[in-house]
Design a protein around this ligand. Structure first.
Ligand code: ATP
Ligand code: MG
Length: 426
């Protein structure tokens, strides 16, 4: 137990985003909004807590997330609740609950924190932010391609397109996967001695997940396993073929990775990941796919759904490495106030300036202090100009404007002239 006089620390794996970091986040968020609106995707805002059952029924009982990563607790009513580990299930729950899926097409996005009890390391946290995109009601591979185009456009806007490669695969329909499951089971049973403990426990419950194993010693066994492509029916084969043809036509390069199965049970047909080599083991920045079956699984009428989720921290790590964000000044003008009269008049004047100079970022010195110390703060703020309001200025109903980033002379002018000057200079 921490002693009472010790400060309380944040929870392991849950990070504060400090003021000096937030311009990067805001920049990334503004690009996301811009891209989403250019494809006419609508924002949906969802609760961060859902009934535990929702995740068990959607993500699947035998997945990393449900088996060991969820923050689950009983509320005061003894209902089992879970901090959302991902957004797909909650988004679909909301759309079903509000009847949004009856003969309608939707393109939605959401943004916010997700929670998973994982071992914290670079690019892997217990609270992390995701951009999630979900589309409903569209059966063809054109919407799969649109999601890939949209992500491709985001990478270009962030100037990280050459850092990411696209991997795609198809998981076929539920029936085809069952058929494949049998083939895999037979294969792995012939090599029981080569399976690690994790894989042995997956054998009966979810043998496809063995293909996702990161254990190096299992790789050659996995390499020789039967491929799902060979169990595909005509419909799935055609869907995948059209998708790859479309990507070819659009000039979007990709690799077909037949071992890409994704960690969640609900995917079928298209799956894809955008991967980088620059973030060590946490290389997947964005991942998604088609999950037509989930709508029925959660109690809706059979429908179509495709989506993806992007990890914001991994995106930000990439952007930081490239130093590709020009962080803007947060202060344009810093107001120095000397004396009681100036302190009073200053706040009023600052309001007038904010009213009249569109978009100006004006910081007023609020902790008093000598001219010298206020001036130091003005300089440190990064402001282009200091506005000085002291007894002299007050007596003449003027202000002084002092350029902080050039050798230009200080000017002493009327308030109207100062406003005109700032309008032209900021
Ligand atoms: P991984 O294989 O890295 O564990 P995942 O398959 O569990 O990823 P998804 O559930 O598909 O990941 O989530 C989509 C994206 O969210 C990931 O590609 C990643 O960028 C991000 N992400 C997932 N888990 C974390 C985490 N614990 N910390 C930070 N970002 C995460
Ligand atoms: Mg994971």
């Amino acid at each position: 137990m921490a002693k009472n006089n010790q400060s309380v620390q944040a929870i392991r794996g849950m990070h504060d985003i400090l003021p000096e970091q937030s311009p990067r986040w805001q920049y990334a968020e503004s690009i996301i909004r811009e891209v989403m609106s250019s494809y006419c995707y609508q924002e949906i805002r969802l609760p961060m807590v859902e009934r535990t059952e929702l995740f068990k029924r959607s993500i699947g009982e035998v997945t990393d997330i449900v088996e060991k990563e969820m923050y689950t607790f009983d509320d005061r009513n003894s209902d089992s609740l879970t901090l959302r580990p991902e957004g797909t299930a909650g988004c679909l729950r909301a759309c079903l609950e509000h009847g949004l899926l009856h003969n309608q097409v939707h393109r939605l996005w959401y943004y916010g924190p997700m929670f998973r009890y994982e071992r914290p390391q670079k690019g892997r946290y217990r609270q992390f932010y995701q951009l999630g995109v979900e589309t409903y009601g569209m059966p063809g591979p054109d919407i799969d391609a649109e999601l890939i185009l949209l992500t491709d456009r985001m990478w270009k806007k962030f100037a990280i397109r050459d850092k990411l490669r696209l991997e795609i695969n198809t998981l076929g329909s539920t029936e085809e996967r069952l058929l494949y499951r049998e083939k895999l089971l037979t294969y792995f049973k012939q090599h029981l001695a080569l399976l690690d403990a994790d894989s042995l426990s997956r054998l009966e419950t979810n043998p496809l997940r063995i293909l996702d194993s990161k254990n190096k010693e299992m790789q050659s066994l996995i390499k020789d396993a039967p491929e799902l492509m060979d169990s595909l029916g005509e419909d799935s084969r055609q869907h995948f073929q059209t998708l790859t043809d479309t990507l070819d036509q659009l000039g979007i390069s990709y690799e077909i990775n037949t071992r890409l199965v994704r960690g969640l049970d609900y995917y079928a047909k298209t799956v894809f990941e955008w991967v980088t080599n620059d973030l060590g083991a946490q290389g997947t920045v964005c991942a998604g796919g088609r999950y037509d079956g989930l709508v029925e699984q959660l109690g809706g009428k059979a429908n179509h759904a495709v989506g993806f989720a992007m990890g914001m921290e991994r995106l930000l790590l990439l952007l930081e490495q490239l130093d590709s964000i020009a962080v803007q000044n947060t202060v344009d003008v810093y107001m120095i106030r000397i004396g009681v009269a100036a302190e009073k008049e200053g706040l009023r004047l600052a309001e007038k300036i904010r009213n009249e100079v569109n978009g100006i970022k004006l910081q007023v010195n609020c902790a008093a202090g000598s001219f010298k110390s206020q001036f130091k703060k003005a300089d440190k703020s990064g402001a282009a100009y200091a506005i000085v309001l002291a007894e002299d200025e007050m007596a003449r109903a003027e202000v002084s404007i002092k350029p902080l980033r050039s050798n230009d002379e200080q000017i002493n002018v009327s308030i109207e002239t100062a406003i005109q000057f700032l309008k032209e200079s900021i």
